[in-house]
Design a protein around this ligand. Structure first.
Ligand SMILES: [Zn+2]
Length: 378
């Protein structure tokens, strides 16, 4: 049925078939929505570019996706953060509504399971960065009512709540307001996302939070020592709280030599992209060229990150946070888009994982953390 199944035989073949029939594949972080707004990208159509649309979600047996709403602090003026986030969320809600036959917008973990059982794809929303809420927990509560299920405390830059891991620390972790925001998020049932924030900010968030937190798209520093990845003690802290680390698929985050090429070229690439304005086709050509400069990163390296967290912290604490459509095309070979998730299921089988662990890693761990956050909401 899938190319990936070819060559399998007997019991393993039957096992993969059985798993694929009803497994919930739930990705914690995919950045497609801004394309709906900026270029009229349509989910119903199959594309030869970007990493997610409906035909490819169906092919990959995707069950649920937490879409990222974001406005990079380095790309937008502060007064645009809030309206931009609201516009992107609106574009997401409209696009999901257009595809009601195949998709449904989900607010709760029960919604996710119900929609999945009905054979549709659950779409959820998240906010990437505390700069998007006008520095106000009340505005986050409005976003919660509109469907936002988690918020990353900071993005590429510090904000009033948290230090970013890619900026110079000013709070020494979370600020007092950041800690108060975490407690307020617990009361709302909005999950606290610790991807992008500094190591100390993660420790502070775990301390302040009454509910399990998530890292929506973070990989392993012990394998690829680059700034955006998480060291072992941070991974352990998230797991001890009952949370889940969802592995980022960015080829440069999985592999240090690939990262070095990527990061060296990034300023020049960004300059070219900026000069291309809204010529999206040209921007994709630029990204493709810079992708080709990078040494290829294989899907087995992604599996290695998943396996590492499972061994370090337990398979109940690892998940998927591909960052598809947020990685500017820097995908591993063999994991080019959402149609390829079955490759991971097969990969985990080959590595000796039990069915139950595979189901947890591919989606149920994230559902569990969502449910725990809902249960503790007041
Ligand atoms: Zn991100």
């Amino acid at each position: 049925m899938f190319a990936v199944f070819a060559g399998l035989c007997g019991a393993q073949d039957a096992r993969l078939d059985r798993l694929m029939k009803d497994i919930l594949i739930f990705d914690a972080h995919i950045d497609t929505p801004r394309y709906f707004l900026d270029e009229g990208y349509r989910l119903a159509d199959r594309h030869a570019y970007y990493e997610l649309d409906l035909p490819r979600m169906r092919e990959g047996r995707m069950g649920a996706v937490l879409f990222g709403i974001y406005a990079q602090p380095q790309d937008f003026a502060p007064r645009q953060f809030l309206p931009r986030a609201l516009e992107v969320l609106d574009a997401l809600r409209i696009e999901v509504g257009r595809n009601g036959k195949d998709m449904e917008f989900a607010f709760t973990s029960d919604d996710v399971m119900r929609i999945h059982k009905a054979g549709k794809i659950a779409a959820l929303a998240s906010l990437e960065g505390g700069h998007l809420i006008g520095d106000s927990a009340r505005i986050l509560r409005d976003f919660e009512r509109l469907g936002v299920r988690y918020m990353t405390l900071a993005h590429f830059k510090n904000n009033v709540f948290a230090d970013s891991m890619t900026d110079t620390a000013v709070h020494g972790g979370l600020s007092a307001r950041g800690k108060e925001l975490v407690r307020e998020m617990n009361r709302m049932g909005v999950m606290v996302d610790v991807s992008h924030i500094s190591d100390q900010a993660v420790f502070d968030a775990v301390d302040a939070s009454a509910s399990p937190v998530i890292a929506s798209h973070s990989s392993v520093k012990a394998i690829a020592p680059i700034p955006r990845n998480m060291p072992d003690e941070v991974i352990r802290a998230v797991a001890r709280k009952g949370g889940v680390i969802c592995i980022n698929f960015h080829a440069g985050y999985l592999n240090k030599p690939a990262y070095e090429v990527y990061i060296r070229n990034r300023p020049k690439r960004d300059e070219e992209v900026k000069a291309a304005g809204t010529d999206w086709e040209k921007i994709r050509r630029i990204q493709r060229r810079y992708y080709d400069y990078m040494p290829p990163v294989q899907v087995k390296e992604l599996l290695r990150h998943i396996d590492y967290v499972a061994k370090l912290a337990g398979s109940a604490h690892v998940g998927l946070g591909s960052d598809f459509d947020g990685v500017s095309g820097m995908v591993p070979v063999g994991m080019e888009d959402v149609s390829k998730y079955p490759v991971l299921v097969k990969g985990l089988m080959d590595m000796g994982y039990k069915d139950e662990d595979i189901r947890n890693i591919m989606g149920l761990n994230l559902v569990r953390v969502m449910r725990e956050n809902e249960r503790r909401a007041q």
